[in-house]
Design a protein around this ligand. Structure first.
Ligand SMILES: *Cc1c(COP(=O)(O)O)cnc(C)c1O
Length: 389
């Protein structure tokens, strides 16, 4: 009876409120971009995953409009009944080429890709060895599998090796890591991970959601960045960040792995096809990303400029080369206060504190986009300086 349950839920909600961890949502009334409209006012946006500025790109929107006319709005079917169009096959083939893998399978989201793969590939007699800071979807996907679970400390290769030694009796072993850890902007040490995988005969899986499209010389992500594309067996990723930012996910991997996922992965078999318009938009995004370095270059020079100016202004940043730039504060309340002051100056950025990040590691996470102008970045740095003084 709901009347009995309601007080319990209200109690739970007030516990969240008391802990100060209630998530609120900012209502944006414009398209996604470097500037967004909030409460009728223009804000400079530094917290989206619109790394390459493709979320509202005119060529993508034009391609989607054509697709709506030619391929319709929805498919009302999963892929294996009557939900596979020429477009889906084309996107899978383009992603395979782009990522230098053997085959690709689309999922409704990367959350679903990660939710579907472990149960299929890793059985009771197998072992999954996972970085402790891996994305929630990897954690949930691993929970759905009957394989033995091993966890290693974030990017800690000695601990990974210890877990590999520990798990030596398993039939199959899979090391899984995020390509980029999104709270820190740190990259997974893929060369070392691949070397350990070779030494201990394990598979390597990388979730490259925060890298695909803009890390690596051609945007193929962290495996390309580190020159280990041929040693990574499985890549999962999203179409919902740099590659247009709509939705959809994929697994690009060895042929047989993709073949078996098509037969057995539950989020693939039992959830609707990615809408044709989104597939067309993603195809155009891939074409834009493959045909020119321009957006990647703009993104990385923006990240570099922001890091340099912030350091010169005396702020503490986590080091790195990724367009995720965490600006660190000594207390939780300082981070929250600075984010509020930024907001008052027309800068949209989000403070993260415990338990999302470790206690004492409060931060404002700035995400650069290829769309930001140098003046946008200077304005953001000025606003930071005024927010602390
Ligand atoms: C964003 C993200 C996902 C989820 O992607 P969706 O396509 O939005 O479900 C999964 N893994 C990582 C590492 C991510 O950053």
């Amino acid at each position: 009876m709901y009347k009995d349950i309601r007080p319990q839920l209200l109690n739970e909600l007030s516990e969240i409120e008391k802990a100060g961890t209630t998530k609120s949502e900012t209502e944006i009334t414009s398209a996604q971009g470097s500037h967004v409209i909030i409460d009728g006012a223009s804000f400079l946006n530094f917290c989206s995953n619109n790394y390459l500025g493709l979320s509202n790109h005119p060529e993508i929107i034009a391609a989607v409009k054509v697709s709506l006319d030619e391929h319709g709005y929805g498919l009302s079917s999963v892929r294996f009944i009557c939900g596979t169009q020429d477009l889906h096959l084309e996107l899978e083939s383009q992603l395979t080429k782009f990522l230098s893998q053997e085959a690709t399978i689309l999922f409704p989201s990367c959350f679903d890709a990660n939710g579907g793969i472990f149960e299929v590939l890793m059985k009771e007699e197998d072992a999954i060895i996972s970085d402790e800071l891996n994305h929630a979807s990897i954690i949930d996907g691993i929970r759905l599998s009957k394989a033995k679970r091993y966890r290693y400390k974030n990017r800690d290769m000695a601990d990974l090796e210890a877990q590999l030694i520990e798990s030596q009796s398993a039939r199959r072993r899979l090391i899984v890591t995020d390509g980029v850890f999104s709270m820190d902007g740190y990259l997974a040490p893929l060369p070392e991970i691949c070397a350990l995988a070779a030494k201990y005969n394990a598979l390597v899986m990388v979730d490259d959601s925060h890298a695909v499209g803009f890390m690596g010389a051609t945007g193929a992500g962290t495996p390309e960045h580190f020159g280990v594309s041929d040693q990574v067996d499985i890549i999962s990723g999203t179409l919902g960040k740099a590659l247009g930012g709509a939705s959809g996910g994929y697994i690009s991997a060895r042929q047989e792995i993709v073949d078996i996922l098509r037969q057995k992965a539950r989020p693939y078999l039992f959830s609707n096809s990615v809408p044709p318009s989104v597939v067309s938009g993603s195809l155009k995004a891939l074409e834009l990303v493959s045909s020119s370095d321009e957006l990647r270059t703009a993104l990385h020079s923006n990240a570099k400029l922001f890091r340099e100016l912030m350091q010169a202004a005396g702020f503490t940043l986590l080091p790195g080369e990724h367009p995720i730039v965490p600006v660190m504060f000594s207390t939780e309340s300082e981070a929250v206060g600075v984010a509020q002051n930024l907001h008052a100056q027309g800068i949209h950025a989000v403070a993260f504190s415990y338990p999302v990040v470790p206690l004492g590691k409060a931060r404002i996470r700035i995400q650069l986009s290829a769309l930001h102008s140098q003046e946008d970045i200077r304005e953001c740095v000025r606003a930071f300086s005024q927010s602390v003084s």
